[in-house]
Design a protein around this ligand. Sequence first.
Ligand code: ME8
Length: 562
Amino acid sequence: MQDKFFITTPIYYTNGIPHIGHAYSSIIADTIARYQKISWKKVKFSTWVDENSQKALQKAEEQGMDIVSYLDMMADKHRWVWDWLKIKYTDFIRTTEERHHKLVREVLQTSFDKWDIYAWEYEWMYCVGCEGFKKDEDLVYKNKSSWETFPITPKVKPSDNIIKVCPDHLTEPQKIKEKNYFFRLSAYQDKLLEYYEQNPDFVTPRDRFNEVIAFVKRWLDDFSISRETNKFGIRLPFDEEQVTYVWYDALFNYVTVCKYSPHPNHLPGGEGIEQIWWEYFENQKEFWPADLHVVWKDIIRFHAIYWPAMLLSAWYELPKQILTTWFFTVDWQKISKTLWNVIDPVEFSEKYSKDLLTLYLLSSFNIGQDGDFDQKQAILTYNAKLANNLGNLVNRVVVLSLKLTQPHPSPLLRSNFEDSRARTPVSLILKGDGIEWMLEYNNNFDTSIKKYDLKSCLDASFAFLDSLNKFADEKQPWVTIKDEDKQDETREVLYTIAEWLRQVWLSLYPFFPEKMWEMFVKLGLEDYVEKLEDWKLEELRNKKEVFNIKEKWEALFLRFDI
Ligand code: ME8
């Protein structure tokens, strides 16, 4: 029986279109999902948009649009971006969908009946930009007439000229006095700590988990889950005057996609499709709990603290793991429209290729560490690793294989190729060290990817390709091929390189799926795309392939000038 694997990205706000920060999370999730798929798991991968937000409402007003048309437009735009980047999600969710409202209302009622949700009137400061409450210690002072900010100290008093602002948005938080419903997070401290202890890998990397644990050990405040003043959102089933705000309706998207099927309008067309989808959805329940949530560190507390507590309260199982990504800047500045440093992942990939984006994002930074997105470095990395290290090697094998002058001595292999046998470099087995190196590489790769350490996977692959280039330099098949007596020897060398390339590329498929297909075609393995979906990676790795190279192709990876 196939194991299941359910992975999620955050659902993104739709007050703008996705930038490279969002693409980073989606590319990580896509890579992991593809690996799980070729490791013979049943994979569910959900993503999409967080719509019940004040920011979206503001944006719609700014553009003079009604909120429904605005949200439809933005949901389409987001989906277009992910499709363009070939993010192979299986499920998509908009939080305005009816199925999601239904689920959120159910869980709210369950927790309310358990006294985990209660009403309270209070006054607090609220930042619209963050969609969050602020305490004094979260704010800074700002001089009204300049951009200058400075920490809040008892010595300085707010005045007409000195105001308290959110350090990220530089705007004054609103004072809000209203009745809200609160979730009794404080009651879950012990249960959370117990869960963390039993699941030492719940949050990865470990230093982020340590921060979470320390936070929970200190003190947990109950948090507000509703708004009286907002009119847009999911109405509370026990008080229709109030709508949920942020975390209930955002986080439970992960459960909705397992529990309720999408509206028929969101399904692909075709006769009888509703029935097929209904059956499909019947099998979705087994996917909860999620195996992996990919989120950045800014929302780790909500995912690692609020979320498990809310699930426990509503009698749901808890997700298995949360992968916390780094926060990256562009030119060392927070990505922001006002700073003109937003990089559109589609434009960037159109200019340089999606592979360049993936390679740079996943090989240059450890997940969980901050970094700066440097376009020049991205191009250098791509030229060195994909265009030179890998692309040149593939090219060499193809060009030299086509120059082999004698057919392979084995009648068995010869009979496999009617037309091109004379040109096909094959050898029956790899010998000695070759096999051990390959096993070691495959083991390293698997160990790293199981820890979601994507950088180490790429490092191991490119180190292996370096050795392969060295091997080629030592054996010099471009010299031996000119000697009629050395055709078999040359064939052996070319076969070895081709087989190693096949191995590396099988592992790298989840990172560069399109180019993988191209490379397999170049090496005469046209049916690999289908095979990868249907076979286990392990079986493909152990297969003895015959490379039926027929023609020269364009370079696999074009180099870019800086
Ligand atoms: O927070 N560096 O949505 P959002 C790295 N709707 N990752 C980045 C990034 C950057 N500079 N900028 C964005 C929300 N991201 C909520 C989430 S989930 C139930 C609700 C990525 O549109 C990162 O994954 O602000 C982050 O979690 C997500 O985009 C935030 O997107």
